[in-house]
Design a protein around this ligand. Structure first.
Ligand code: NDP
Length: 334
């Protein structure tokens, strides 16, 4: 068995030499334990933020794994699970241990995806899908005909939010970091308007595509782009602050200060609400089933950015901050 550890705190964008690969001896299974073998690793921006203060430490992360040995009748051999086991090939655990995990829901059996790939359990039909579904519907509370802006639009959460907004009858505007991503959003994901935030004149683009202002903003990136979007909000608009990836690797304190967005929030009397998907953990299966039904009916398209091989997870992770992925970044371990 192998696992990836983090040897020192990340400074700026994570680097290959922040990680190390170590071998692990697997012990005998005790009562109630099972041994799970990783099939897919999830690669997510939050993994940059949530490590503890003690180094070296295990790299955190969700995975889809198959139970290959078991002394727990609830989790017989062959069961497919989603667990926050980190970047390790093999995990011996029992549900009681996993309850200590900060990420919720901590461990669950995958529902039947029928002919669909089980990797969807890390993306559109997993935590990411629930972030999009609950975050958008509960925080933005969109109404048909309203104008919705999504940043990080070609990513896992953003591409999902935009499509839900279309299903709900909204006009959807997205921002992404390459022309290829923008093309995919228009042609496949059904967005109404998109712009490459690296090259576009954003105020002019927003004036043209949202002449009456923006009702809902689902923010994945924060920073300068968000300040501009907020200044184009309608009075009493709703903002779901999902993430702020543009700031995660920023080491310059002055630049961080320059991204403060409060003036627009106050002058427009916006309802701006941060959230963590954990808040909706008790509705986990409801969200998964909703998203799964949309995928099965063809209303919800998904894209996976698949990388192969245990060790390649490090590069896939660093790639998130280069914008390598369209859709959900996943690593096929075995
Ligand atoms: P994505 O699939 O969106 O991957 C990251 C993408 O972010 C990249 O492809 C890149 O796209 C974009 N990006 C990278 N660096 C920057 C930058 N400096 N400025 C602007 N965009 C950048 O990841 P997820 O969909 O998993 O996550 C999206 C956001 O949602 C993140 O902020 C994450 O932390 C947050 N999140 C929050 C949760 C919650 O419970 N609140 C749960 C899950 C995710 P591009 O080419 O367009 O720049």
């Amino acid at each position: 068995a192998k696992k990836i550890i983090v040897v020192n705190p990340f400074v700026g964008v994570p680097k290959h030499n922040d990680f190390d690969i170590v071998q692990e001896e697997l012990s005998e299974l005790q009562e109630s334990e099972f041994l799970a073998e990783a099939i897919y690793f999830s690669v997510d921006p939050y993994q940059r933020m949530k490590l503890g203060n003690v180094y070296p430490c295990d790299m955190i992360g969700g995975q889809i794994a198959r139970v290959i040995e078991s002394k727990n009748t609830e989790y017989p051999v062959g069961t497919l699970v989603m667990g926050h086991f980190g970047w390790r090939t093999h995990t011996i655990t029992k549900p009681e241990n996993e309850k200590l995990c900060q990420q919720k829901p901590y461990l669950y059996k995958l529902p039947d995806f029928e002919h669909l790939p089980v990797s969807l359990g890390l993306g559109v039909c997993g935590r990411v899908g629930n972030t999009a579904y609950f975050g958008f519907s509960q925080i933005c509370q969109p109404k048909p005909g309203e104008t919705v802006v999504v940043s990080g639009a070609a990513g896992a959460v953003g591409s999902h939010v935009g499509q839900i907004a279309k299903i709900m009858g909204c006009v959807v505007i997205g921002f992404a970091g390459t022309d290829e991503k923008c093309q995919w959003l228009i042609q496949e994901a059904g967005f109404d308007h998109v712009a490459n935030y690296k090259t576009a004149d954003i105020p002019t683009f927003l004036k043209g595509t949202a002449p009456n202002g923006v009702d809902c903003y689902f923010d994945n990136v924060g920073g300068e782009l968000s300040s501009v979007v907020l200044s184009h909000m309608r009075t009493f608009g709703r903002v779901a602050v999902c993430g702020a990836i543009s700031t995660y690797n920023e080491t310059n304190a002055d630049k961080l200060k320059a991204t403060v967005v409060q003036p627009s929030i106050v002058s427009k009397q916006l309802k701006v609400e941060g959230f963590q998907v954990n808040r909706f953990a008790d509705r986990n299966m409801e969200g998964i089933q909703k998203n799964l039904a949309w995928v099965k009916s063809g209303q919800l398209k998904y894209k996976e950015h698949l990388t192969e091989g245990f060790e390649s997870v490090i590069d896939a992770f660093i790639g998130l901050f280069r914008g390598d992925n369209i859709g959900k970044s996943i690593v096929k371990v075995t």
